[in-house]
Design a protein around this ligand. Sequence first.
Ligand code: HEC
Ligand code: HEC
Ligand code: HEC
Ligand code: HEC
Ligand code: HEC
Ligand code: HEC
Length: 408
Amino acid sequence: MNRLRSYVHLFVFTAFLPFAPLVYGEEIFHHGGTGDCQGCHTTPPDLLGSDASSTCLRCHQAKIGISPPDQYYVATDPVTSTLCVQLPPGGDFCWLKKNYSWTPSGTRITQRSDGYSHGHNIVALDYGYMPDSVFSMAPGGTYPSASLSCISCHDPHGNYRRLEDGSIATSGPPVVASGSYASSPEPSASGAIGVYRLLAGVGYQPKNAPGAPVFVADPPLAVAPSLYNRAETTSNTRVVYGSGMSEWCQNCHPLFNDAHMHPVGKRASFSHTTINNYNSYIASGNITGSPASSYSSLVPYELGSTDYAQVKMMAKIADSSGPSGTANVMCLSCHRAHASGWDKILRWNMASDFIIYEGMYPGIDNNSPPQFAQGRTAAETRKTFYDRLVNSFARYQKSFCNKCHIKD
Ligand code: HEC
Ligand code: HEC
Ligand code: HEC
Ligand code: HEC
Ligand code: HEC
Ligand code: HEC
């Protein structure tokens, strides 16, 4: 642990010096595979935390006094900040601790947006994260909520790897690097590369959930930029999703396929109209966009590609180019993977007519009508937009379903 800590500090110190190279700097613990046993175990299999997720949060909940904060934080410590301030693509688990209620103007009926619905309720007793209080199992599946943890989705030992022939396996050449980044190396005969974000694949069932359904789909093909936990005030944090995300979510939500809200995956390829809509739409009433700059990480899509070379190439091009060719809708077009400020882990508030009202992020502290603020402060609403400037949207902004459909 001491050795690890000094690496962590060395990383923090050097990585943020001006012009310091960041390439592979991000790989200081898991290295795309199994990290140092002592980072998680006293003596294997005994964990350092009371449970699996608590063990992860020892490092993955933000520590105070590190500025700028480390990239790999996925939870804000509520003792140090009332706002959920971590902005990774998957979202900040801290939203699970935020309960809101409000009474829409002209009514007397109190509405609620409860914390449990803002994310996947990872059970982490040392950090106050409890099982989901309403769903006993994954909606559209049988995964037990009482066993939901970081290791339900991520293999703690990072065994899933991509081999030279492109296949994904749990054995073979050792994992030599993370596969999550545009800058990640390609596998060779002597070294395999970790799958995206240590996600689990075919045959996986974590040790702490012996009755849980076994995974039938491999991890998705995607790559993230090296700086992925940042405010999107002036530019997108663009994860390039290639393919397989919806199929992967369906490991636990098998009935949430095309019969759910919306078609997804291979069967939800963008038509010519959808491509044009996405590229033209900037905000409600503003459809003057162009393909070179239309991308928004609030409404991501998959390239519809199984080719790493193509996905990595795309990741190196400007962060803002929009869809062309074979893009498709996926679960993460509407949801985040971990948590969000809204019900059902949605990327934006789909339960409101206006997500921006009178040119302001609706808040209980700026006189916005309660049915738009929905119990949040303006600063909280702004965080759900990953700190974008409010004037990058319309004065009266409607749902981003319109990014692909342009209805209102
Ligand atoms: C990132 C954290 C992490 C690291 C690093 C890690 N483990 Fe684990 N390990 C876990 C978790 C979490 C479990 C599941 C324990 C549980 O839920 O009871 C586990 C379970 C185990 C088990 C029980 C059976 C199994 O395979 O699930 C063994 C044995 C084990 N680890 C050995 C090791 C060894 C040896 C190393 C170093 C080479 C290592 N672990 C590194 C987190 C980790
Ligand atoms: C001892 C500290 C430590 C512990 C414990 C720890 N992590 Fe990490 N984790 C890191 C660091 C540092 C990084 C960024 C560097 C890296 O990827 O090695 C990271 C990165 C990650 C990533 C992104 C890796 C990639 O290659 O894309 C995932 C996913 C992750 N951790 C999941 C987990 C899970 C799940 C657990 C618990 C089973 C866990 N971590 C426990 C320190 C830790
Ligand atoms: C329901 C499945 C699921 C659970 C539970 C889960 N993760 Fe993730 N995690 C993902 C997916 C999917 C991504 C990739 C998100 C993306 O690229 O949009 C991810 C991404 C990450 C990353 C990279 C940063 C980011 O947000 O993209 C880290 C670090 C990480 N997870 C750690 C954790 C830790 C620690 C826990 C438990 C506290 C956890 N995850 C629980 C599915 C999960
Ligand atoms: C390892 C199993 C597992 C995987 C993989 C998984 N989920 Fe879930 N999901 C669950 C469980 C269990 C629940 C119910 C408990 C909860 O909400 O915390 C749930 C709940 C949800 C909810 C409802 C949240 C609420 O409380 O209203 C949404 C939305 C969701 N998942 C979306 C996704 C998406 C999108 C993915 C892929 C990125 C995904 N899930 C992957 C197990 C999983
Ligand atoms: C076009 C947007 C969109 C896409 C794509 C999408 N969802 Fe949803 N999802 C929603 C909305 C909106 C809700 C909330 C519906 C409601 O409250 O009635 C929802 C609700 C859910 C719920 C909670 C159900 C419940 O009973 O509360 C789960 C679980 C879920 N989605 C999983 C998924 C998975 C898995 C995928 C990919 C296979 C997916 N979603 C794709 C928009 C979407
Ligand atoms: C990332 C782009 C994207 C987003 C965001 C999106 N859609 Fe779609 N939607 C599509 C595509 C692609 C299709 C398939 C047909 C097509 O190409 O127009 C589709 C089809 C539909 C259909 C026809 C359903 C069917 O079975 O054919 C409806 C209704 C719909 N979307 C509603 C919504 C709603 C409501 C939202 C917001 C919650 C939403 N969409 C968000 C891209 C999107």
